[in-house]
Design a protein around this ligand. Structure first.
Ligand code: OAD
Length: 262
C-alpha cells in the first residue's frame, strides 16, 4: 500500500483541533533545493554550508559569503514549490487551525499559497546592514560585493539567521505559544538537530500532542514520535491532505474549519 495511512492515524488526524507544522530543508529537496547538510556540488563543493552561514565566516571573508548567498538566491528563484508545499497550503483551509513554522529561507511555502508562515531563520531574498541593521535594497550595478548600506556604508548581508544568532523574537514567541496549544505536531523534512526549532517538538510531546514525523531518514525525534512516515514529503503530505479533504467532504471530520487564525 503506497503511502497508505493507518486507520488509527486517520482517526487522530480527524480529531485534531490545532496543527503545528515545522518544516525544514527536506521539504524543498524535491524542488531541487539541496538540504542544509547535503554535500554541496559544483563551485561550492569544497565548502560546508555550516562553515559559510556564520557571522565569523562573514567577518573573515564577506565576499565569499555574499557570493554563496547570491548563488543560493538564483537557485531558489529557479525552484518551484512541490506537492508537499502545495499540500500544506491546502491543509490550511481544511483543518480547524494550522500554524506553519519553517526553518527554510526559500519562501517556497508562501509561493505555494500558505498565507501565514513563521520564518524562524529569516528570508533569503531580503538584506540588511551588518552594521546598522537597517533592511536595505542592494544596488548591484557596480559589482561591489557585498554591496554597501545606503545609510551608513556598512556591508549588506542576507536577512537570514546564521548559526549562533538569535531567532527573530516575534517568531520565537509565536512558535512556542503555538507549541503549547497544538494537539498535533507535524515535523517535515527536518533533521531535528538545530535548537531552538527542535525544542518545539519537545514542548508538544510534553503537552501530549500527537507527534508525526515525515522524513526518509531517522532523526533524534523518530523514536519519540507517535508516527514516523518514512519517505519523501512530496508523497506523504499530499496523502494526508487527500485524507483530510475526503473526511471533510464526507462530513466525517470531527472539526469543520472554524478559524484560520494562527
Ligand atoms: P537538514 O539539512 O539538517 O535536514 C534535512 C532533513 O530532511 C534530513 O533529516 C533529511 O533526511 C530530510 N529529507 C531529505 N529529503 C527529504 C524529503 N524529500 N522529504 C522529507 N524529508 C527529507 O535541514 P534542517 O533540519 O532544515 O539553520 O536544518 C535546520 C537548520 O539547520 C537550517 O535551517 C539551518 C541549518 O543549519 C541555520 O542556518 C541557522
Amino acid at each position: 500500500m503506497a503511502h497508505g495511512l493507518s486507520a488509527e492515524l486517520c482517526r487522530r488526524l480527524r480529531a485534531a483541533q490545532h496543527w503545528l507544522v515545522l518544516s525544514g530543508s527536506g521539504i524543498s529537496a524535491e524542488s531541487g533545493v539541496p538540504t542544509f547538510r547535503d554535500a554541496q556540488t559544483g563551485l561550492w563543493a569544497r565548502y560546508a554550508a555550516e562553515d559559510l552561514a556564520t557571522p565569523e565566516a562573514f567577518a573573515r571573508d564577506p565576499q565569499l559569503v555574499w557570493d554563496w548567498y547570491q548563488w543560493r538566491r538564483e537557485l531558489v528563484s529557479r525552484a518551484r514549490p512541490n506537492p508537499a508545499h502545495r499540500a500544506l497550503a491546502l491543509l490550511e483551509n481544511l483543518v480547524p487551525r494550522l500554524t506553519l513554522i519553517t526553518q527554510n529561507v526559500d519562501g517556497l511555502h508562501q509561493r505555494a499559497g500558505s498565507s501565514t508562515v513563521l520564518e524562524f531563520h529569516g528570508n533569503l531574498q531580503t538584506n540588511r546592514c551588518a552594521t546598522c541593521n537597517q533592511v536595505a535594497e542592494p544596488d548591484l550595478r557596480d559589482d561591489v560585493r557585498p554591496p554597501r548600506c545606503p545609510r551608513c556604508a556598512g556591508l549588506l548581508r542576507p536577512g537570514v539567521v546564521w548559526f549562533g544568532e538569535a531567532i527573530p523574537p516575534a517568531a520565537l514567541e509565536a512558535a512556542f505559544a503555538a507549541a503549547n496549544s497544538a494537539d498535533l505536531f507535524l515535523s517535515v523534512g527536518t533533521s531535528s538537530l538545530v535548537y531552538p526549532a527542535a525544542g518545539l517538538a519537545q514542548v508538544a510531546l510534553r503537552n501530549g500532542a500527537l507527534v508525526i514525523e515525515i522524513n526518509p531518514n531517522q532523526t533524534p525525534l523518530t523514536r519519540q514520535a507517535d508516527f514516523h512516515l518514512g519517505g519523501p514529503a512530496g508523497e506523504w503530505l499530499p496523502a494526508i491532505a487527500r485524507q483530510v479533504k475526503d473526511s471533510v467532504s464526507s462530513g466525517d471530520h470531527l472539526n469543520a474549519p472554524h478559524s484560520r487564525s494562527n
